[in-house]
Structures are given as structure tokens and as C-alpha cells.
Design a protein around this ligand. Structure first.
Ligand SMILES: [Zn+2]
Length: 74
């Protein structure tokens, strides 16, 4: 369920890490995913927002953003 090295894919749409379309931090795959949460990585701002809203609706948002300075700005 949680992102493991061998199962790194977007937790919203399932896009595998390393695939075209995946957003990387500073645009470089070496830097890792640009978006993520405490549950896994996200491929794009759209999936990040979708995940955030779903977690908000579930009431399962972490008390603090998952160490992400990006897109989770609250
Ligand atoms: Zn996605």
C-alpha cells in the first residue's frame, strides 16, 4: 500500500515513476517526485490536489504536510 522502491507509482492515478508525464522535483528524475504525501508519491499537481481533497473529505489529512513545501501550502 505504501510506496516502496519497487512499487513507486502515483497513488491517485497509478502512473509509474519514471514514466513520461511524471513530475519530478525541479524537473529532474534524479531529484525524486515533485509531489507526495505521507501515503506515497503523486505524479502531478492535479493528482496532488485530488489526493489532498480526498484526504480532506475523509478527514485523514496528516496534522502537518508530509515534509512537502510544494502544493500542500496551507
Ligand atoms: Zn497521478
Amino acid at each position: 500500500m505504501l510506496a516502496r522502491p519497487e512499487t513507486r507509482r502515483c497513488i491517485e492515478c497509478g502512473l509509474p515513476y519514471n514514466m513520461p508525464g511524471f513530475s519530478y522535483y525541479h524537473g529532474d528524475v534524479e531529484n525524486g517526485a515533485a509531489y507526495w504525501s505521507d501515503r506515497g508519491i503523486l505524479c502531478s499537481p492535479a493528482c496532488s490536489l485530488t489526493h489532498f481533497k480526498r484526504r480532506e473529505a475523509e478527514g485523514t489529512l496528516p496534522s502537518a504536510p508530509a515534509a512537502s513545501p510544494l502544493e500542500f501550502g496551507r
